[in-house]
Design a protein around this ligand. Structure first.
Ligand code: NAD
Length: 376
């Protein structure tokens, strides 16, 4: 079977940060991975085998820099199906798998209450087993658990990343480059919109805010830094018990202002994500993760755009996972320091802290809430 291979292009001095790396899909140079497998491949395991765990497993098994050793789910039928699918041993107990397989990297792709309550335990198990961990978003629905996960990774000197895949795209990196090159100047404001159709109510009235918005808050923080204060309005769409549409105002520590519109009430076929960041020298608009990013410079009526190429570009949402998982594997392989990992546990924790502050605002008559004070 021919597989798409990926090249790491080192744009600059290597291991400092992910902004120095870009991943270029090179389907034209596809090679059979079996031929390219070498001793340097990182050994990986996946815990939690729903749809998302199967995506991580597939990426590890296809990428030439990693090898999938085994998979685990407490549900026998899920573990067995994934074991057969990827032709690896399957386990029902994570501790047993970690002991037998001694992986370098573990993906924690469990779910649970508010789509994240099951993340903490296997993350702690994997870190204590000496593994680098890539955990799905949200880091946890419980800030104390999230903090303990980050603290443990730091204490053990291991890389701990969160799957903040929405910004792992060439269009997102181009927007970041415009910012880093000084093309938008000093920050003024950011407007973010993120919506998908998820019309079934879930296990918590805060599910939409907590499960969807690690992505939007991470993207806002990626461009604008720490959020100092938030204020949130939300509504329950007709017939719903969940706060399914929300409007969040924010003030960043650097003085810029921001806004998020987020919803589970919009049909999926519509454009779903838009991030606009403006500064004293210009403004960019980044749309639908990998589709397009456009720079509008002050005093220049000519726009500059990145448009996803038809050949060799991203083909689907799956490619955001591929880009993100491969970035983690490569950063671990390059020996990037845990604190410099892109999409780190700290970044996942701080994005979630902003959401918890917004929920506090919602619960307390929509008052502005200082983010740093929120610990639960
Ligand atoms: N990054 C993204 O764009 C994106 C998109 C969708 C979902 N997600 C996230 O991915 C995660 C998984 O989503 P899903 O839809 O596959 O969830 P899921 O509930 O279908 O699957 C989770 C699996 O984990 C297993 N599990 C729970 N605790 C376990 C443990 N201790 N050991 C072994 N197995 C355990 C469960 O039995 C279940 O099979 C969620 O956290 C979700 O928020 C991310």
């Amino acid at each position: 079977m021919l597989l798409k291979s990926y090249k790491i292009k080192r744009l600059n001095d290597a291991a400092a940060s992910f902004t120095h790396l870009s991943f270029i899909a090179t389907s034209g140079t596809a090679r059979n991975k079996q031929e390219t497998r070498g001793e340097n491949m990182l050994k990986t395991c996946v815990i939690g085998l729903g749809h998302i765990g199967n995506i991580h497993s597939r990426i590890y098994s296809e990428y030439e820099g990693s090898k999938l050793l085994a998979v685990c789910d407490i549900l026998h039928h899920r573990a067995e199906a994934a074991g057969k699918r990827f032709n690896v041993p399957y386990y029902l107990d994570a501790a047993e798998m970690l002991k037998d397989m001694k992986p370098d990297i573990v993906s924690v792709t469990t779910g649970g209450y508010e789509y994240s309550s099951d993340h903490c335990h296997p993350t702690v198990q994997s870190l204590n087993a000496g593994c680098h961990v890539l955990c799905e978003k949200p880091i946890s629905n419980d800030l104390a658990h999230a903090q303990s996960m980050v603290d443990l990774g730091k204490k053990l000197g291991l890389c701990f990343g969160i799957n903040l895949n929405h910004r792992f795209t060439p269009a997102g990196r181009q927007a970041k480059k415009w910012q880093e090159d000084g093309r938008i100047g000093d920050l003024l404001f950011a407007n973010m919109a993120l919506w998908i159709g998820r019309f079934k109510d879930e296990d918590s009235e805060y599910y939409h805010l907590k499960a969807l918005n690690p992505h939007s808050m991470d993207i806002l923080r990626y461009f604008c830094g720490d959020v100092k204060e938030v204020q949130c309005y939300a509504m329950k769409a007709p017939g719903r018990s969940m706060w399914s549409t929300a409007s969040v105002n924010m003030k960043f520590a650097n003085g810029a202002v921001g806004h998020l519109t987020s919803s589970y009430d919009i049909e999926r076929g519509h454009p779903m994500e838009r991030c606009e960041v403006a500064g004293t020298k210009g403004r960019f608009v980044w749309e639908d993760m990998w589709r397009e990013a456009t720079l509008f410079e002050r005093d220049n009526p000519v726009r500059e755009s990145y448009v996803n190429p038809v050949f060799g570009g991203f083909e689907s949402f799956y490619d955001t996972f591929k880009d993100r998982v491969i970035a983690f594997v490569d950063q671990v392989a390059l020996g990037v320091k845990p604190e410099d990992i892109d999409g780190s546990g700290v970044q996942g924790l701080e994005a979630t802290r902003v959401i918890h502050a917004a929920i506090k605002s919602l619960k307390e008559d929509n008052r502005p809430v200082r983010v740093a004070e929120v610990t639960e």
